[in-house]
Ligand binder design. Structure first.
Ligand code: BTN
Length: 251
């Protein structure tokens, strides 16, 4: 009844109800893909999160969506790109009534201080300067109680927040917005997104803790710089932090 359907999306969307991972699916097929191609699933048996974690992906009206892109700026642009995707995702969700949606560096979406969605940008090789990028988005829309219990972090879904959405419409608008964002990112880089990111920052001017391996670093979050590094104020000095192994928490 409420399955995501393919027809609403303009160009090829591969809608595959049961899959290992939509990111994995596209990464295995880059030779057949064009920028903007999308894969959507209803269930992932091996959904992937950042930093080697699993993304628990039950049936039940969540959204698991990945998009392929040949990124002209090359692999180094991946961090900036993931921040731009966060902005886009937040803006789309706002249009669906999630007024208080925020971003958390580097690329989570938060609502009421809890995780609403995650973004995983994966690089799957390059041809000359062009990086082959797969961007995966997991949005918590609705889950059952038993499914909720298996997730070990503070999280929220749209249903709990009282927001009703049409998943087909969300998938469609997300796809269009992402394609537009990639095009804009290729023209202007992260600069087109920095101010928008700052206006959505869940932790701006708040005390936070960065976890880097075994180390914990405390400071005040002061937004991001042009490279997409997190700016942390420590002892009246602003220090940029960047890298896939950093985890941000409130402190
Ligand atoms: C994170 O917050 O750790 C990122 C989660 C990303 C999950 C999405 S769901 C669709 C796509 N396919 C995957 O295997 N992962 C991403």
């Amino acid at each position: 009844e409420d399955q995501v359907n393919q027809n609403i999306i303009g160009s090829p969307a591969r809608v595959i109800p049961v899959i290992d991972s939509t990111n994995q699916y596209l990464m295995q097929r880059i030779s057949e893909l064009n920028s903007g191609d999308v894969c959507i699933a209803e269930y992932q048996s091996a959904g992937r999160g950042r930093r080697g974690r699993q993304w628990i992906s039950p049936f039940g009206r969540n959204l698991y969506l990945s998009m392929y892109w040949k990124l002209a700026q090359g692999p180094a642009a991946t961090i900036g790109l993931s921040l731009a995707v966060g902005v886009i995702l937040a803006e789309v969700l706002k249009n669906f009534g999630a007024d208080n949606v925020k971003v958390k560096w580097p690329n989570d979406l938060y609502l009421d201080d809890k995780k609403l969605a995650g973004i995983l940008v994966e690089l799957t090789g390059k041809t000359g300067d062009v990086a082959h990028i797969v961007t995966g988005i997991g949005i918590n829309i609705a889950m059952s109680k038993s499914q909720e219990e298996s997730i070990n972090q503070q999280w929220i879904n749209l249903e709990q927040a009282g927001i009703k959405i049409d998943r087909n419409k969300l998938a469609c608008e997300m796809t269009n917005a992402l394609r537009d964002a990639f095009i804009q990112f290729e023209k202007q880089g992260l600069s087109a997104f920095i101010e928008r990111w700052k206006s959505l920052d869940n932790f701006i001017d708040r005390r936070v803790k960065l976890i880097i391996g075994e180390k914990e670093i405390f400071g005040i979050a002061r937004g991001i710089n042009a490279q997409g590094a997190l700016l942390l104020e420590q002892n009246n000095e602003i220090i940029p932090y960047i890298g896939g192994e950093i985890s941000l928490r409130s402190a």
